[in-house]
Unconditional design. Sequence first.
Length: 174
Amino acid sequence: MRSDCSLLRAAGPDDLDALYQFELLCFQEHHFRRDHVAWILDNDRALTLLENEPHGVTAAMMLLFEGRTCRVLSVAVAPEARRRGTGTRMMELAEGICRERRIPIIRLEVSTRNFAAIELYRRLGYRMDGVLYGYYSWGEDAYSMRKDLPETTSDARPPRLSEPEPYAMININP
């Protein structure tokens, strides 16, 4: 269960060691290489968010902004915190960030074998738009999925997340 002391914050280069260790914990067999995580943290078009609790990182999400599209590079939830809505909250947060930045499309790739993630994304309104054969370096296929966000007006605010005040928030927009 998530603590009332959760803090959601933007990660930076100083978080490389902790984020890479979290990557290894969450994706034991097929994880990003350390240099790839460093590239994401250093990239001006990327945003990495960490959910911290007093005992450490419990969730991470890596986003890459490519013109009018946001790519979800990774959503990671600590094994002991899974199946409790954290992934849903992180994806809803990504959608809120995209609305604030007026980015109408969110894309992601997911292993054809990651049934829990596929179901999560479908439940959130993402649709498959193709199969990427041999997408991953280890040869596994992926589904390409996307969600088109409705247009927002200039005075519209992003929707609230699933729970009231789930995080202590910081400004993550440039």
